[in-house]
Design a protein around this ligand. Structure first.
Ligand code: NAD
Ligand code: IPM
Ligand code: MN
Length: 361
């Protein structure tokens, strides 16, 4: 029996709805496999701005540091869209990633066989399955580079955001990606824009150097525009993709859709230590918030990643994945992944079905 402390940060919009279902799944796993999950709730994002006046209160960061893992929903919403950059809900998310030193964001894009009809790609493209691990650098690049506004005279204002990477930053994410590839099909695609950007030229140099330590991994380089195209032309060519913060953000949303919906993709953010943060890749979806429509599977699978990566509970993690698969095989779908013959259910019902399935396993 294990005992684990988990900081739970539901956030805004559909965040609390999907986190609620993920917690239900966690508790079901706890009683079935005899583990104690101690949940401690904290505020982040817009709700933290409303209550504490800032998107990442110090006590939320302290809470996370005192726990074994963090489960996060999503942040943001129309209400806070006109605040200055550093006061927005999203600044809370960037703050927690940087504050916990979580430089590696793993976003697995896997197509469940029952969902091949939900993919917008032709069946001959997805028929043999899609299984891509996007390794996104998470604490550097344009997100954290120097930014600002200056007077540009007759031209009005100028605004800038700087894309900057150090050798150290590229080396550690590249190493992590090569390690991930070693445990998979041993193929790594490094995505950059080295034909234009100096930061990408350094990125490529460093990746090539790190590759010498992983002779078994087949490495190729791809420009980001081509990678965006190749993802829909032939997604099966990819095993592990490693890329910068900004490119990884964009390509993982694209990769999610080819598996059926952004509501399917979980993520794990990892750093030097054992503390990890787990969240769906989607946002707070204000357009469907409060309507019991959100797909909770991305967040439920994020709990699955937590069990595996932070707690070493492989069997429990597999049970979650299997339960999701069984529920999808039975034809149940939330609206985002529904097709003609689906039994369409809401957020809560989907959570309940997955919990029942775990109990049966
Ligand atoms: P979004 O991911 O919230 O939504 C994009 C579209 O996908 C919407 O139509 C939404 O309804 C749909 N969608 C997203 N998750 C879904 C789910 N689980 N089930 C069904 N449909 C789902 O992206 P956006 O609209 O660009 O951003 C909305 C807000 O969320 C913004 O404030 C943005 O900054 C924030 N955001 C936060 C995170 C995060 O907290 N990690 C990630 C992305 C965006
Ligand atoms: C994500 C989101 C965030 C990002 C935003 C909300 C800061 O889009 O987690 O993918 O760009 O990293
Ligand atoms: Mn994103």
């Amino acid at each position: 029996m294990g005992k684990f402390n988990i900081a739970v940060l539901p956030g805004d919009g559909i965040g609390p709805e999907v986190v609620n279902e993920a917690i239900g799944v966690l508790n079901t796993v706890g009683s079935k496999f005899n583990h104690e999950f101690i949940l401690k709730e904290g505020a982040i994002g817009g709700c933290a701005i409303d209550t504490f006046g800032e998107p990442l209160p110090a006590k939320t960061l302290d809470l996370c540091k005192s726990c074994d893992a963090v489960l996060l929903g999503a942040v943001g919403g129309y209400k806070w869209d006109n605040l200055p950059g550093d006061k927005r809900p999203e600044a809370g998310l960037l703050g927690i990633r940087a504050g916990l030193g979580l430089y590696a964001n793993l976003r697995p894009a896997v197509i469940y066989s029952a969902l091949k009809d939900a993919s917008p790609l032709r069946s001959d493209i997805v028929k043999d399955g899609i299984d891509i691990m996007v390794v996104r650098e998470l604490t550097g690049g344009m997100y954290f580079g120097e930014k600002g506004r200056v007077d540009a005279g007759d031209m009005g204002q100028a605004a800038y955001d700087t894309e900057k990477y150090t050798t150290f930053e590229v080396e550690r994410i590249a190493r992590l990606a090569f390690e991930a590839a070693m445990k998979r099909k041993k193929r790594l695609t490094s995505v950059d824009k080295a034909n234009v950007l100096e930061s990408s030229r350094l990125w490529r140099e460093v990746v090539v150097k790190v590759a010498k330590d992983y002779p078994e991994v087949e490495l190729n380089h791809m420009y980001v525009d081509n990678a965006a195209m190749q993802l829909v032309r032939n997604p099966m060519q990819f095993d592990v993709i490693v890329t910068s913060n900004m490119f990884g953000d964009i390509l993982s949303d694209e990769a999610s859709m080819i598996t059926g919906s952004i509501g399917m993709l979980p993520s794990a953010s990892l750093g030097q230590g054992s503390l990890g943060l787990y969240e769906p890749i989607h946002g707070s979806a204000p357009d469907i918030a409060g309507q019991d429509k959100a797909n909770p599977i991305a967040t439920i699978l994020s709990v699955g990643m937590m069990l595996k990566y932070s707690f070493g509970l492989e069997e429990e993690s597999n049970a979650i994945e299997r339960a999701v698969e069984n529920v999808l095989n039975s034809g149940f779908r939330t609206a985002d992944i529904a097709s003609q013959d689906s039994k369409v259910v809401g957020t809560k019902e989907m959570g309940k079905l997955i919990k029942e399935e775990i109990e049966k396993i």
